[in-house]
Design a protein. Structure first.
Length: 135
């Protein structure tokens, strides 16, 4: 795989992450991480490893309630170094419920990413919100 293909695969990983958690496909979301991968959020805590990441999804579902969440990621910057990469991107997260959509979080993701068995996975995904979340 060349650098352009690696970067496109990492963008696909970022999209898979968003679509999986927004659709409630939590096991698919967990598969976006390495075996010792970490999701780190000042809002919902730090979770490491498949069992803890899957447990996080229960907390996440409580937090989102009946709203339909949408993670929107943009302005993605990826730096490759062999089978590892770092990335930064902007995050907007909305919740839609009762006929209205509201912005819940604006901020950034800071990512450490590794290629494992030919697949890019998050080693650590850190949420850096611009402000405290709504609601």
């Amino acid at each position: 795989m060349n650098a352009l293909e690696d970067k496109e695969a990492i963008r696909d990983l970022m999209t898979r992450y968003c679509l999986s958690i927004d659709a409630g496909r939590y096991e698919d979301w967990v598969q976006c991480f390495t075996e010792d991968g970490t999701f780190n959020s000042p809002i919902l805590g730090k979770w490491q490893g498949p069992e803890k990441l899957l447990a996080f999804t229960g907390r996440y579902k409580e937090w989102t309630g009946d709203a339909q969440p949408r993670h929107c990621v943009m302005n993605i910057l990826i730096d490759l170094d062999g089978d590892t990469a770092t990335a930064e991107s902007y995050l907007l997260m909305t919740h839609a419920a009762q006929g209205k959509t509201e912005l819940v979080i604006s901020g950034r993701y800071e990512d450490e990413i590794e290629k494992v068995a030919g697949q890019w996975r998050f080693k650590e995904r850190k949420v850096c919100p611009d402000t405290s979340p709504a609601g």
